[in-house]
Design a protein around this ligand. Structure first.
Ligand code: MV4
Length: 472
């Protein structure tokens, strides 16, 4: 096992990684920007160093600073967390060239899966079902229109360098194709400096179900079940759960076998997630592969009983996987709510600020992964997620009730959060029934916001603590 690693991240995921390192006796080096001097990961790590100003491109994304620090502090490995440099092929490569272990997949795997059209072709060739569509990326609009007509409208034009919904265009019929194709290309070029796009048949109201995989350095690959991630808004997940309420044991088995086959075909190593679209008819299709530890990994930990960060460290240190596929059995139900510093009534606008009062929930099977504390300042420079609330229960409805109670107990004052919205979703009949799709949030958001307004009339601006009047 590693003696010491550098954690190239901040917030709850840096804290999460430090916790496992501490338990395993792995030393930790935290990095922080000038905006994060007071951050929890800085306090919790064995050592912490400032690597630059608040702007992420000058600090958390500053590769020379990170590598110099890893060297100066004698670290053996670098854990990238999620976001930031976690899916940067160049960073993984240069980390290894400098003599450190990148605690993640091989650079080539990051590169291939980062090109969505390449990933799609590779998966198709490995026998993984993909939505009907193009092979490779498309240059010529006439050729692209031919593919679209062949697979049948509606189609999606997707940016090859994209992912997570960026640079995507829905085309309902042939008359719109040329302009939509050109818009998608221009948007992809502007956003990623890469205008390549591909075409897929559009699947209406799918569910987003992803399979967690791990590959070790000895060629073993296992799957740790699925996560249901259909509750999203504008490609941002709000709620995740494991297992999925719709998967039968047979379908789970099939999706896991498919994911393992896919990961083996690309010689995948370490933690990865294969995202599938599941149709109303129960057919699944490869969508994308995420080559990192994901935000929602705790629901898998709760249901399967493994510490995924520990698995990442052991694999990166060269140990063979100790989990055997036949021992992988889901137990009970887990749900995660992402608590964001956002004003849902104003289009989920980020609302950074100071948390004046902070009382996290507790009790059996309630877990809070967060870097927040009383007096913590949510910075406008980074992601608005302030906490993940995760619960476990023996069955789904008990888990929803436990989550609702924990959300009610959770006090965060000084900033607006998504807690009240999550409480309403936990009580929503369509969510409780388990019969929902990626259309859930778009379909129900207006009604949910109306209900929120009735519940807390114009409590929108949380009061600053008033200075006491002289003599009072
Ligand atoms: C799709 C799709 C329907 N058909 N591809 C959204 C983000 C990116 N990862 C791919 N996405 C989609 N791809 C085909 N062929 C629908 C979506 C999609 C979606 C997927 C998962 C979760 C939420 C979503 C919301 C809108 C669209």
């Amino acid at each position: 096992m590693f003696k010491k690693i550098l954690i190239a991240n901040r917030g709850e995921i840096a804290v999460r990684i430090i916790r496992t390192c501490r338990r395993l006796g792995v030393g930790t080096v935290a990095v922080f920007s000038e905006a994060d001097r007071e951050a929890l990961h800085v306090r919790m790590a064995d050592e912490a160093y400032c690597i630059g100003p608040a702007r992420a491109d000058l600090s958390y994304l500053n590769i020379p600073n990170l590598l110099s620090l890893a060297q100066a502090t004698k670290c053996e490995g670098i854990h990238p967390g999620y976001g930031f440099l976690s899916e940067n092929r160049n960073f993984a490569e240069i980390t290894a060239k400098c003599g450190f272990v990148f605690i993640g997949p091989p650079p080539a795997a990051i590169g291939r899966m980062g090109q969505k059209s390449v990933a799609r072709d590779l998966m198709q060739r490995s026998g993984v079902p993909v939505m009907p569509g193009s092979t490779g990326s498309l240059e010529d609009v006439t050729e692209a229109a031919r593919v679209a007509r062949e697979v049948g409208y509606p189609v999606l034009v997707k940016a090859s360098a994209g992912g997570g919904g960026k640079g995507m265009r829905l085309v309902e019929n042939e008359s719109e194709f040329e302009s939509m194709f050109n818009m998608a290309r221009a948007e992809a070029q502007a956003a990623f400096g890469d205008g390549r796009v591909y075409v897929e048949k559009f699947l209406r109201q799918p569910r987003h179900i992803e399979i967690q995989v791990f590959g070790d350095q000895h060629g073993q690959v296992i799957a740790l079940g699925e996560r249901e991630c259909s509750i999203q808004r504008r490609h941002q997940k709000l709620i995740e759960e494991a297992p999925s309420p719709v998967l039968t044991r047979e379908l789970r088995q099939q999706m896991m076998e498919t994911a393992v086959r896919a990961a083996k075909a690309i010689e995948y190593r370490n933690a990865g997630t294969i995202e599938f679209l599941l149709s109303q008819e129960g057919k699944f299709y490869f969508m994308e592969m995420n080559t990192r530890l994901q935000v929602e990994h705790p629901v898998t930990e709760m249901v399967y009983g493994y510490d995924l960060v520990e698995q990442q460290l052991r694999i990166a240190a060269g140990e063979p996987l100790s989990i055997r596929q036949e021992d992988v059995v889901p137990r009970g139900w887990s749900i995660e709510c992402r608590i964001n510093a956002e004003d849902v009534q104003h289009g989920f606008a980020p609302c950074p600020g100071r948390i004046h009062e902070y009382l996290p929930p507790g009790g059996p099977w309630v877990r809070v992964d967060s870097a927040a504390y009383p007096g913590y300042l949510v910075s406008p420079n980074y992601d608005s997620m302030v906490a993940k609330l995760i619960v476990w229960a023996p069955d789904r409805l008990s888990a929803l009730d436990r989550m609702e109670a924990a959300l009610r107990e959770y006090v965060i004052r000084g900033i607006a959060t998504t807690i009240p919205l999550h409480r309403l979703v936990m009580k929503h009949p369509d969510f409780r029934s388990g019969n929902f799709s990626t259309g859930f949030v778009p379909q129900h958001l207006d009604a949910l916001l109306d209900a929120l307004r009735r519940e807390q009339p114009a409590e929108a601006a949380p009061a600053e603590p008033k200075a006491m009047a002289a003599g009072a």
